[in-house]
Design a protein around this ligand. Sequence first.
Ligand SMILES: *Cc1c(COP(=O)(O)O)cnc(C)c1O
Length: 493
Amino acid sequence: MKCEIPCAHGRAQDMRKKILDLEKISRLLEPSPRERKEVRKKVISYTEEFLKSIEKLKAYNVTLDKGAGILDSPIGEKGIPIDDALGLLRENVDFPGLNPASGGHLGYIPGGGIYFSSLADYMADIFNRYAGVFFAGPGAVRMENMLIAWMSKVAGYPKTAAGNLTTGGSLANLMGIVTARDAMNISAKDIERSVIYLSKQVHHSVDKAIRIAGLKECVLRCLPLDEKYRIIPSALERQIQLDRKNKLNPFLVIASAGTTDVGAIDPLSEIGDIARKHRTWYHIDAAYGGFFILTDEGKKKLSGMEKSDSLVIDPHKGLFLPYGLGVLLVKERKFLNASHFYQANYMQDTLSHTEELSPADLSPELTKHFRGLRLWLPLKLHGIEPFRTCLEEKLLLAKYFHAEIQKLGFESQLEPELSVVVYRYLPRKGRADTFNKKLLDEVVADGRVFISSTLLNGKFTLRFACLAFRTHLKTVDTLLKVLKEKVKILERQ
Ligand SMILES: *Cc1c(COP(=O)(O)O)cnc(C)c1O
């Protein structure tokens, strides 16, 4: 008698044995409570050691190999001990270059990275809640929507607004510009006669977004700026009228609330009125400056922000979060949704759960990091007050620096609008550009504080950008001291 059953049975047995063999190794991915504790303790002590010495650590570390040692330990079949992994990080990742957690980071646009966000990320990663779709992570999606509603309210947006937590301001700008494009019905055939109005001072992520959104062949009108690097509203209106007369299609006006170069705020309210009158979309990039609206001074200076149709703000700048959180807000949610909704058969089970908007319907992402938690936890644990106060402190530190730097013989004509100050030294002899470049290199090489530079009207100019939450009076005094020392040395050469 031919027996097939035992053979089939045998095959199944073999297969089960093989699966169990694989399981033994795949279970290595689940460390035991003891192993977790051991690794966690070492990670905590590594980070605590860093945090406890943060005030003494340099803001920039020059190294010869620039972290190349990380390449000496390739990704291999077998794991390495945590001590070795931390050793690699200590030497190659967490030391060389800029220390963005330092209060001495006074270049570009800093933020710092507040602690409770890191614990929120820890929890978000352990529970791995799915914050893309309401059906899957209802509480997580409600939390993200609640944060968006809070920020909408702070910005002066109505209840019809929606938004998305992005990885940063660049992605938020891209989504905002894509939304504007679709809301204004700009398709390929319209591009050559469609006009975008912007300032030369817009952040480069706006230029990038225009290109990625397929709009680079639009007519781009770089508007004339006043002596404080702000768009001149009357020039905007004249240009729109002229373009309309010439049968062009003005559809998008972009303003900045806090430019990266000098912290300038375009006349948001007047530009808003013009955009409305001429029925264009109005996008404001407030990635750097937006959260100053929490302060009394900022609220006055940023009035008109609420007139925009879309708005970018960056909690990893203005709320000092660790990198990885920007926000796009759109005044009428239907437009954000129209550019980003999806349909797919394999998502059909989620469709009937519509009490809340899902991030997946409002952004290019589906599976995403539960970013809301890293904003929610610090806001809940600290409350808003210390954030507001920290921003006020930064505004005042900028005014202080602006006054003190002039006493050291630097030229600093622009009153700081927010917390960026531009300044340059006029040396007794030689070219000022060369001198200031040398001065910057000296300050960076010294490392106690970190500054950056820009070109203003073609002139090499130093920037003081005060937004790291750990920057306090002592830090600014250190910068003044370092500048004074270095100028003295360079003047002697
Ligand atoms: C930083 C910045 C951006 C870009 O944001 P990321 O979060 O760095 O992507 C855009 N606009 C302005 C004004 C900025 O300062």
